[in-house]
Design a protein. Structure first.
Length: 263
C-alpha cells in the first residue's frame, strides 16, 4: 500500500511524520454492549464514553501483528510478526469530541515490542505467552496467558471469518460497523495519569461476519469490568495496513468547563 493510500479516509494528515507502520492480520472483533456508567468510571479524566445503540461497547480483539517497521530504522529480527490481544472501548476527547479507541490492556508475545510500546507510546502492554494457529482458510485457534502477572489472566478462542458480503463491503455512517472501525486516534495515559493521544491512519476496514467460540476470557475481569450474559457481536477482518504517529499530550477540561455535545 502506498503511504498516501492510508489517508484516503477523509481525515486530515497529522502535521508531523508517522513513526511506525504495521499490518494487522486475521482479526476477530468480539464486542459486547455494556453500561456507559461502568465504562465511564474506568476512564481517565479528559475522555467521555462514546455510545452506539444506547450502549458503550467493550471489544476483545485477537489478531496477528505483522510487517512492523519503525521509521528510519532497519527491521529487527523477530520484531515484525507476532500474535497480539487487546481489550478496548470507544471514547471521545472531552474537549474536542474527537472519536478514538481507549485500551484497557494489550497483550503481546514479543517482549521487545512490549518494551517499545510501553516506553514510546505509553500503551498498557503486557508480556504474554501466545499461540495463534491457522486451522483452515479464515479459521484460527488463539490462546494467551499473561506472564509476570499476580493473577492468572488467560484467553482462548476459536474463530473463523465467513467470507465477504455486499452488506459489509462498506461501513456506512450510523451503522455499528462504522462506529467500531472509523477511529483515527488511540488514547492512553502515562504513569503520572496524564492523557495522551496517538494518531493513526488506514483505509476503511473490510469486515466479514464471523463465528467464534470463546472458552476463556479473563481480560475483562482483570480490568475491573463485567460483560453481559449474552453472545458478542462478531466480525472478522483479513488485513489492514496502519500508520502510527508519536503520542502527544491532550488538554483536559478544567472543573466547570462547558463541554461540547458528543456527536
Amino acid at each position: 500500500m502506498s503511504e498516501t493510500g492510508a489517508w484516503n479516509s477523509g481525515h486530515a494528515q497529522p502535521a508531523h511524520d508517522w513513526v511506525m507502520t504495521q499490518q494487522w492480520d486475521d482479526l476477530l472483533f468480539a464486542h459486547w454492549p455494556v453500561s456507559p456508567d461502568m465504562v465511564a468510571a474506568a476512564l481517565p479524566a479528559g475522555l467521555d464514553v462514546d455510545t452506539c445503540c444506547g450502549s458503550a461497547w467493550l471489544g476483545v480483539v485477537p489478531f496477528r501483528m505483522d510487517r512492523i517497521q519503525l521509521r528510519g530504522l532497519p527491521s529487527v529480527p523477530g520484531f515484525r510478526r507476532f500474535p497480539e490481544l487487546n481489550l478496548r472501548t470507544y471514547v471521545r476527547d472531552a474537549l474536542t469530541g474527537t472519536p478514538g479507541v481507549y485500551f484497557f490492556s494489550l497483550d503481546a508475545t514479543n517482549p521487545f515490542a512490549v518494551f517499545v510500546a510501553r516506553s514510546f507510546f505509553q500503551l498498557p502492554y503486557y508480556w504474554a505467552r501466545m499461540r495463534m494457529t491457522t486451522l483452515a482458510e479464515r479459521e484460527f485457534s488463539f490462546t494467551s496467558r499473561r506472564l509476570l502477572s499476580r493473577r492468572p489472566i488467560h484467553f482462548a478462542a476459536r474463530y473463523r471469518g465467513l467470507g465477504p458480503t455486499r452488506q459489509l463491503s462498506e461501513s456506512r455512517p450510523g451503522s455499528i460497523e462504522y462506529f467500531l472501525t472509523e477511529r483515527y486516534c488511540l488514547f492512553t495515559q502515562d504513569m503520572l495519569g496524564r492523557l495522551l493521544r496517538s494518531s493513526i491512519r488506514h483505509i476503511p476496514w473490510t469486515l466479514e461476519q464471523a463465528e467464534a467460540e470463546i472458552t476463556c476470557n479473563d481480560l475483562v475481569a482483570a480490568a475491573g469490568l463485567t460483560l453481559p450474559d449474552e453472545p458478542p457481536l462478531l466480525y472478522y477482518s483479513r488485513h489492514l495496513a496502519v500508520y502510527v504517529w508519536q503520542t502527544e499530550f491532550v488538554a483536559v477540561p478544567s472543573v466547570g468547563t462547558a463541554l461540547p455535545a458528543a456527536g
